[in-house]
Design a protein around this ligand. Structure first.
Ligand SMILES: Cc1ncc(COP(=O)(O)O)c(C=O)c1O
Length: 373
């Protein structure tokens, strides 16, 4: 029987201080309410060109192959491996958290022979350790790393590993899902070959797009594959034909998300990258200090802590689920719990993009002060 389910939906306005998504600027919502047009309409093609140009600027790259995959951050990860790995290829992945571990699973599903370089969760992987593994496997097609490990709050330094990969045939694949738009991601300078991010964290656009950029070294590897890319949807050569000059239909582009991305990126550049990174750094430090004042201990290794995501060990008196649910239901504040074995042990408090505001720190501290007293 036909029936309409539910009444009007009015989700609460939450202060999003979890591991993502972050709050969305009203201009981005306004942009999304523009009329839907066709995926080859000259106006959407112009919008895509502008997105491409601005994405090159956030990735700090001149890479021609720079675009946004029509799906969430995970699609950037899948795209990176499904395009550059052929069955039997060796890939070396640094594993110090939940998303790095997921990378190994994605690579294995593409048929890769995965070499894991393990590090304790909460610590960065020492570049020398990674380089040693790469020297032991000179045949490695990919070296994979997560720049901002959202499960632990650790920032992975990339410069030395990038400089090493530049001198070899190995491609450096970097997950910048959490850092892109909130911290330097110097794709060209650091020698990153494939780098992907997400729309919903420091870019403050709703979830649904994964920006990606690919070096010419990586595009050459892709063109010389002996087997077809297993995924049609994520095939970068086909995607480039749509995003590039040829304009060949590939999929029905989510044009409302393109409007959102364009506006979100315009907001990023109105502020300026440097100022935006400084804001994340300053407020990230402030949040860490205030949480320590309440008895929380910082989880991530000193010197390698993310600015946009603070991981803290819960004091004895803090009941994870109970307090996070009171924060959400009574104060409209979302903070993240631990992932994997860290569930119930740590919180992950985000300050990403639009949500990275001093007023949000005040709200959280006020609420925690009231609840804990
Ligand atoms: C570092 C990292 N990589 C990948 C992902 C997956 O992105 P998504 O959930 O947008 O698919 C996330 C999500 O939080 C992440 O933090």
């Amino acid at each position: 029987m036909e029936r309409c389910v539910g009444g009007d939906m009015h989700p609460s306005y939450r202060i999003l201080m979890g591991p993502g998504p972050s709050n969305v600027h009203y201009r981005v919502y306004q942009a999304m309410s523009n009329p839907v047009i066709g995926y080859l309409d000259p106006q959407i093609l112009a919008c895509m060109d502008e997105i491409r140009e601005m994405l090159r600027n956030v990735f700090q790259t001149k890479n021609q192959a720079t675009l946004a995959i029509s799906a969430t951050g995970s699609s950037g990860m899948e795209t990176s491996y499904v395009n550059f790995v052929e069955p039997g290829d060796v890939v070396v992945i640094g594993v110090n958290g939940f998303f790095a571990d997921r990378m190994t699973q994605v690579a294995a599903r593409c048929g890769a022979n995965v070499i894991r370089v393990e590090e304790e969760w909460g610590k960065r992987i020492e570049p020398e350790k990674m380089i040693k593994a790469l020297k032991e496997h000179p045949e490695a097609r990919i070296c994979g790393l997560v720049h901002g490990e959202t499960s632990t709050g650790v920032r992975q330094p990339l410069e030395e590993i990038g400089a090493y990969c530049k001198r070899t045939d190995t491609l450096l694949v970097v997950d910048a899902v959490t850092t892109l738009g909130g911290y330097d991601v110097k794709v060209d300078e650091w020698g990153i070959d494939v780098c992907y991010g997400s729309s919903q964290k420091c870019l403050s656009v709703p979830p649904g797009l994964s920006p990606i950029t690919v070096s010419s070294k990586a595009m050459d590897v892709l063109r010389s594959r002996t087997t077809k890319v297993q995924s049609f949807y994520l095939d970068l050569i086909l995607l480039e034909k749509y995003w590039g000059e040829e304009r060949v239909y590939h999929h029905t582009a989510p044009v409302s998300m393109f409007y959102a991305m364009r506006e979100g990126l315009r907001i990023v550049f109105e502020e300026g990258l440097e100022a935006r990174f400084r804001r994340h750094e300053m407020l990230g430090d402030r949040l860490k200090m205030e949480l320590e004042g309440l008895g929380f201990k910082l989880f991530a290794q000193e010197g390698y802590r993310l600015s946009m995501l603070t991981s803290v060990v819960l004091p004895e008196r803090v009941d994870d689920a109970k307090i996070r649910s009171r924060l959400l239901n009574e104060y409209n504040i979302e903070v993240g719990g631990g992932l994997g074995w860290l569930k119930g042990k740590i919180w992950r408090v985000g300050l990403m993009g639009e949500a990275c505001r001093v007023r949000n720190i005040h709200c959280l501290m006020g609420a925690l002060g009231e609840i804990l007293s």
